[in-house]
Write a protein that binds this ligand. Structure first.
Ligand SMILES: Cc1cc2nc3c(=O)[nH]c(=O)nc-3n(C[C@H](O)[C@H](O)[C@H](O)COP(=O)(O)OP(=O)(O)OC[C@H]3O[C@@H](n4cnc5c(N)ncnc54)[C@H](O)[C@@H]3O)c2cc1C
Length: 694
């Protein structure tokens, strides 16, 4: 068996499969083959890409190219350890205390590079034939797999158990399996957009293969040949950038209308917000509502949404109107494209959100994406994965396609008569969020999208509208908060029998209503946080919620999270509130509880629970979940230029183009996917007509 492997090794060296080095290397009499070796290891936040450079006998430098480790923790290891590796000329250096996972990842990366530079990676891989099970922590739980080893090679991988989503995890597992079997290496890149799933898969593979007796470090050191970058170009009527709800609906509609369509997606899986979403899509007056006995209409929906959104000075009512009046047609379109809805729900039991308008996709966002991806293929849309638009081609004021690149670093030109930008939000780009919304003191920024949509549009001459507010919520949350049964003021696990106040200590909303009612009141109070106040009865029910923040500080903001006190005055002093205002708020709330009727905000009597000492006050910091600033579009989804005229050939839909359709008081989950779908289709319909003139 060893002999077979050695033959394979010789063949591989001849064909360059183990050619791990970036740039030139030289024959040597020393310990190492001089050169630079790129290695990826999994840190705390995700992949850490490292380049280690050797001369004949020494590690010359260790450079971290990419990482998303926690600032102030993992970043310390990233800053300090490279020098230590060089000084020690070894991977065996001290870890940085408090940054163990990052330190171990860096050490692993350097030891893999050392093995590669010594050319010893392959010989130590001796595996015993058999089928081995392994488990690793992936998305929402473990992934367990079975690896078959035959003739000292990985010949099959079967997923036995996984809690991951189909469109992200399962698709990533499939791609990783193919690559690992092809290259007989655990050094393959993780799938972009599926980092957590990839990490879990690698951990499970390592677990299984170590049972087969493999040297895991050596398996990771078997590097992959990357072909040289190429320059290519492709032509189509329509180019769609981004494979979320907006991009997929645009591409399918354009193909339905007879255009040739290319869709490019930056990630290795369809893993944008749409796939990660709950899959709720709003629609009014739909056939599905009729089947379920729900009496609704676009008129009623428009009236409801405008009763909430009317307060925004920058709102464009015509854009909203189009979304609402085209929403029923969107639901039909989705059903025709095999999206299955399993139920209808309302956002709240209170008006104006009490009508069941949310069409809930079976298997949530993953089910929605799965159906649409299948129809992209069915309808002949050419899809390029791992392909990111880098620049919109604007020739004399007319958009004629985009430049892009992929995992090989290719220089790709997509020539198109019309380009539809659907590259999503900047909600996951912390720096961009801070830059675009400097007035929000966020404890956590946890949206999704890296902001390419914003940047591509802006660089191509689009008129950008910057809003003062992103999508934000004030609720009991901080990164690292323990798992709790309820989270005061959250949308996901809310609780009703509490008192919520705005930033000055006044009760401003029904705590049982949709949480954005409360959020809007806090935001417009001009404060950076709200408060939750409870007493001994709530403590008896949820002690862990009351205690979660006691004696702790918010990791980002640095101030104390919660306090237990015997008097309301103490609460007020701690929170820097006017004691008279807070006392009046608590007294009034207790008075209404005793009365059994919420005369102020109409909360159900059963949720009116007195607040008696000892009291607990919890700060509800701003948690940012999405960005609203972006490109201005018209009702045809044409992008408006800085001269206030549509830019010919340039369209946008989805999260990168919603600034005139947003409100601090978000109407609710389901509004976003509806807006993406309506404007994705509108863009396609107008673009196809535009193409006929070209
Ligand atoms: C957890 C969660 C749950 C949600 N639930 C709901 C819900 O139930 N209902 C609802 O209405 N809204 C929901 N939302 C919001 C909703 O998911 C988004 O508003 C919507 O999916 C945005 O769609 P999109 O097409 O604009 O962007 P995305 O779905 O994010 O798609 C954009 C795509 O563009 C790709 N891309 C980015 N840059 C480039 C580039 N340079 N080149 C090529 N491709 C690029 C991205 O990789 C991505 O795949 C939820 C959001 C989250 C985070």
């Amino acid at each position: 068996m060893k002999q077979k492997f050695s033959l394979l090794m010789v063949l591989c060296i001849l064909t360059g499969i183990f050619g791990t080095i970036i740039g030139e290397t030289t024959a040597t009499e020393g310990i190492y083959v001089p050169g630079s070796y790129e290695v990826e290891a999994q840190g705390f936040g995700g992949a850490i890409k490292t380049v280690v450079t050797f001369d004949e006998n020494n590690i010359k430098s260790v450079e971290v190219l990419e990482n998303i480790e926690t600032p102030g923790i993992g970043s310390t290891a990233i800053e300090e350890m490279p020098k230590a590796f060089v000084e020690a000329n070894s991977a065996e250096v001290d870890s940085i205390s408090g940054a163990t996972i990052t330190s171990l990842a860096l050490k692993e990366a350097v030891s893999i590079a050392i093995k590669q530079a010594k050319g010893e990676s392959d010989e130590s891989i001796i595996m015993t034939d058999g089928v081995y099970e392994g488990t690793g922590p992936a998305y929402r739980g473990n992934v367990t797999l079975a690896v078959t080893v035959k003739d000292n090679a990985i010949s099959a991988v079967e997923i036995l158990e996984s809690t991951d989503t189909y469109m992200i995890g399962v698709k990533a597992y499939k791609q990783l399996t193919e690559q690992i079997i092809t290259h007989q290496s655990l050094g393959v890149d993780s799938i972009s957009g599926a980092t957590v799933s990839s990490n879990g898969f690698f951990a499970a593979m390592s677990d299984a293969l170590s049972k087969a007796g493999a040297d895991i470090t050596a398996l990771k050191a078997v590097s992959i040949e990357k072909r040289a970058p190429e320059t290519t170009s492709f032509d189509s009527d329509i180019l769609v950038i981004g494979g979320g709800m907006a991009g997929m609906t645009a591409a399918i509609q354009a193909a339905d209308d007879g255009a040739s369509v290319i869709l490019i997606e930056k990630l290795g899986v369809f893993g944008g917000s749409t796939t990660r979403s709950e899959g709720y899509v709003m629609g009014a007056g739909t056939d599905y509502q009729k089947e379920q006995g729900v009496n609704d209409s676009a008129d009623a929906f428009y009236k409801d949404i405008m009763s909430v959104y009317d307060i925004e000075p920058l709102l464009n009512a015509d854009l909203i109107k189009k979304v609402i009046y085209d929403s029923a047609d969107l639901i039909t379109f989705l059903q025709e494209n095999d999206v299955k809805f399993e139920k209808l729900v309302a956002v709240s039991t209170f008006e104006p959100r009490a009508t069941p308008r949310n069409h809930c996709s079976a298997n949530k966002g993953s089910g929605l994406t799965n159906a649409l991806v299948a129809n992209l293929e069915k309808k002949g849309v050419k899809v390029f994965m791992n392909t990111a638009a880098t620049e919109i081609i604007n020739q004399d004021g007319v958009v004629v396609g985009a430049k892009a690149t992929n995992q090989f670093g290719d220089d790709i030109t997509f020539n198109a008569k019309a380009t539809i930008l659907c590259a999503g939000s900047y909600g996951g780009n912390v720096e961009m969020m801070k830059k675009l919304n400097p007035n929000i003191v966020a404890e956590s920024i946890k949206g999704s999208g890296d902001g390419d949509g914003f940047t591509l549009a802006e660089n191509a001459g689009a008129k950008m509208l910057l809003l003062d507010y992103p999508q934000l919520q004030y609720y009991l949350f901080w990164d690292g908060i323990p798992k709790l049964p309820v989270y005061p003021a959250s949308a996901i696990a809310p609780v009703k029998n509490i008192l919520l106040t705005d930033g000055v200590g006044k009760r401003v909303a029904n705590e049982a209503d949709f949480n954005f009612e409360f959020i809007a009141k806090v935001y417009y109070s001009g404060q950076q946080e709200g408060y939750c106040i409870v007493g001994k009865d709530f403590y008896a029910q949820y002690p862990e919620v009351c205690e979660a923040g006691l004696g702790k500080t918010f990791p980002s903001r640095g101030d104390e999270i919660a306090l237990k006190a015997d008097t309301v005055e103490e609460l007020a002093k701690w929170a820097n509130l006017d004691p008279a205002i807070l006392t009046e708020t608590v007294n009034r709330y207790n008075e209404l509880c005793d009365l059994g009727k919420d005369l102020d905000f109409n909360k159900d009597a059963q949720d009116m629970q007195r607040i008696d000492p000892p009291y607990y006050i919890m700060k509800l910091p701003a948690v940012v979940t999405d960005g609203y600033s972006g490109a201005v579009i018209n009702e045809n989804a044409q992008i408006i230029g800085v001269d206030d005229k549509p830019i010919p050939g340039f369209y946008a839909a989805g999260c990168c183009a919603v600034p005139e359709m947003s409100c601090v008081n978000y109407y609710g989950c389901g509004t976003s996917l509806m807006t993406c779908g309506v404007y994705g289709r509108a863009a396609a319909q107008h673009a196809v007509t535009y193409c006929l003139t070209k």
